[in-house]
Design a protein. Structure first.
Lengths: 114, 119
């Protein structure tokens, strides 16, 4: 129940395509769902995040869609570019102040072809 | 850019050596973490700390140990390295999280990682 299941494991799209990465969870106590982006040789960095009281959040070309009843959320990258080629992790967090924790998905390697 | 630094970035050592991976952050965060990232990409929490003199083991069992004597510093030590310890080690820190859905989300800030190879 503490897992976040992420798919697909890898994804190749053409420039301008819209890759979609999906995540599913079981624990209804999760209340914060971030996506992290990791480039080779770097640590992950926060890309975009959502709370379960909204169904969609958009920041630039990146959009999170959230389906609370299905316990699923997904990342969409509009007009994808070769510079978006990276590994993407979904995550879920729960708890407050001093005791919150994170669970990460298994990651998706995205390659955007020029 | 997050102000969290890891050294060394790359380390190749022989079996049986003692190693310490350094992690420092200048953001004043109470919480710090060590993750192990395997070649399959997954991030596994191996240690965390909620403040000075507080350390806990994470979800993945690890032979490494950590200490938190100063807020900004969270080193990881392997007393006797083995080839099975070969991996990427990522340090992270976060601020306290807001209560009741506040804007403070406790974002994780990661260092660039220390890639350890044990021969």
């Amino acid at each position: 129940q503490q897992q976040v299941k992420q798919s697909p494991q890898s994804l190749i799209v053409q420039k301008g395509g819209i890759p979609i990465i999906n995540c599913a969870y079981e624990n209804t106590a999760f209340d914060y769902f971030p996506w992290y982006q990791q480039f080779p040789g770097k640590g992950p960095a926060l890309l975009i995040a959502i709370r379960p009281d909204v169904s969609e959040k958009k920041e630039g070309r990146f959009t999170i869609s959230f389906n609370k009843s299905a316990k699923q959320f997904s990342l969409h990258i509009m007009d994808s570019q070769p510079g978006d080629s990276a590994t993407y992790f979904c995550a879920a967090s729960w708890g407050t102040s001093g005791t919150y924790k994170y669970i990460f998905g298994t990651g998706t390697r995205l390659k955007v072809l020029a | 850019e997050a102000d969290i630094y890891q050294t060394p970035r790359y380390l190749v050592i022989g079996t049986g050596k003692k190693i310490t991976l350094e992690c420092s952050q200048t953001m004043g965060h109470d919480k710090m973490y060590w993750y192990q990232q395997d070649p399959g990409m997954e991030l596994h929490l191996i240690h965390y700390s909620y403040g000075v003199n507080s350390t806990e083991k994470g979800d993945l069992s690890s032979e490494s140990t950590v200490s938190r004597i100063r807020t900004e510093h969270f080193p990881l030590t392997l007393e006797s390295a083995r080839p099975s310890h070969t991996s990427q080690y990522l340090c992270a820190s976060s601020e306290n999280r807001g209560i009741g859905g506040g804007s403070d989300t406790g974002e994780l800030f990661f260092g660039e990682g220390s890639r350890l190879t044990v021969l």
